[in-house]
Design a protein around this ligand. Structure first.
Ligand code: ZN
Length: 393
């Protein structure tokens, strides 16, 4: 009998970059890892069979507590036996706490010590989210990794306000941890599996470091999060409108101070370039909506930078989106066809561009992992950056 929900092993390092294996109750995840975002229980436009296929092979996806709590509601997911069964996905799921969406999507927020009152962006209903409610909803979802509830101030928040926010986040972290532990003891976690070797089969929980772009506050927030104690640690509140150089600066200063024996997760980031640059600064886990969101809007990420499928120059172009990509879309279809689908408003355009973009992100991370393991990350990083800045021809 053990009580560890996760096992984390670093296999290789190159500078601050780490390649490792994160064992969860639903399989082993090679890191650094990109987690496709399944906001409402779906990675938009991408079937689960495709996520499992060799060209994507996503080991873990994200679910959004805020969205699933408002629609279809925790009781529907409970009646269906938890999120894995509800959506038909056996691999690992991480759920966020709902905090970020409350602070970015809802109207009429009122933040108090106890929690945050807000109006649902779906139907205007008055709702209340607290650390306890977030933990209860995430136990019902039965995700494999739960996030503590944090307050998410804008990126350019002034020092005094960012300090008050991080102190509230620290108190919410302790309350999240306490309620999470109670729920585990009560058996409320609907995703629980049997114990596997040294893993307990229980949910894991990550804490979140806040502090906007103030490095002293980030360090303080990190210390207070470690004091509570979590299975992994995340940097929140970046990529929320601040300059990119500031984001890199915060990650570079904070990631190496995060516990080296736990996974480090940079929330909501970013482009392929951001992933590579933040792996180089010590990050192991990422999530972002841009592969699917930008795909739906006609933008493809390639090894030579971004490609706008609407551009008339592709009208009769018989090459794939990216000649270096081996995804199912690039093996079968031309730019000319994808442009035709997009211009005609066919839903398959969004499906195919989302698939290719996810393949691009996931394959970039595969190559990052290989290069760290073979001690070639520095060269990989240099060549990757030259490639994506060379321009699509
Ligand atoms: Zn492709």
């Amino acid at each position: 009998m053990t009580d560890a929900p996760l096992d984390w092993q670093v296999l290789a390092r190159d500078g601050e970059a780490r390649a490792g294996i994160l064992r969860t109750r639903r399989g082993a995840i090679e890191t650094p890892v990109f987690m496709p975002v399944g906001t409402l229980g779906t990675v938009k436009g991408v079937r689960f069979e495709e996520l499992e296929a060799a060209d994507l092979d996503a080991a873990i996806i994200l679910g959004n507590t805020y969205h699933l709590w408002l629609r279809p509601g925790a009781e529907v997911v409970r009646a269906c036996g938890g999120l894995h069964r509800f959506i038909g996905w056996e691999r690992a799921i991480l759920t966020d706490s709902g905090g970020f969406q409350v602070f970015s999507l809802s109207d009429m927020r009122r933040v108090a010590e106890e929690g945050v009152e807000f109006r649902s962006h779906v139907d205007g209903r008055l709702c209340f989210l607290s650390p306890e409610v977030s933990m209860e909803v995430q136990a019902t979802l039965g995700s494999d990794i739960v996030m503590a509830l944090d307050e998410c101030p804008p990126g350019q928040t002034a020092h005094a306000q960012a300090r008050a926010s991080l102190e509230l986040t620290a108190r919410w972290a302790a309350r999240s941890r306490a309620r999470f532990d109670e729920l585990q003891r009560e058996g409320a976690d609907l995703g629980r599996t049997g114990a596997d070797g040294d893993l307990s089969g229980q949910q894991a929980i990550f804490g979140i470091v806040q502090g906007a772009t103030h490095l002293d506050l980030r360090r303080e927030s990190l210390a207070r999060t470690i004091e509570v104690g979590f299975d992994g640690y995340a940097i929140g509140g970046l990529s929320v409108g601040e300059e990119k150089s500031l984001m890199y600066e915060v990650v570079e200063a904070i990631a190496p101070l995060m516990p080296s024996d736990a996974p480090r997760y940079l929330m909501g980031v970013g482009t392929p370039e951001d992933l590579v640059e933040c792996v180089a600064r010590g990050i192991d886990m990422f999530d972002c909506v841009i592969p699917t969101r930008n795909g739906r809007n006609g933008q493809a990420f390639t090894s030579r930078g971004k490609l706008n499928i609407k551009n008339a120059r592709w009208a009769s172009d018989t090459r794939p989106l990216d000649e270096a990509c081996e995804c199912a879309v690039c093996r079968r279809h031309t730019r000319a066809y994808l442009r035709h689908l997009f211009m005609a408003g066919e839903m398959l355009a969004a499906v195919l561009l989302s698939h290719h973009n996810l393949a691009c992100f996931l394959d970039t991370m595969r190559r990052v992992r290989q290069s760290i393991r073979s001690d070639e990350f520095t060269r990989f990083r240099r060549e990757f950056l030259v490639g994506i800045n060379s321009g699509v021809e």
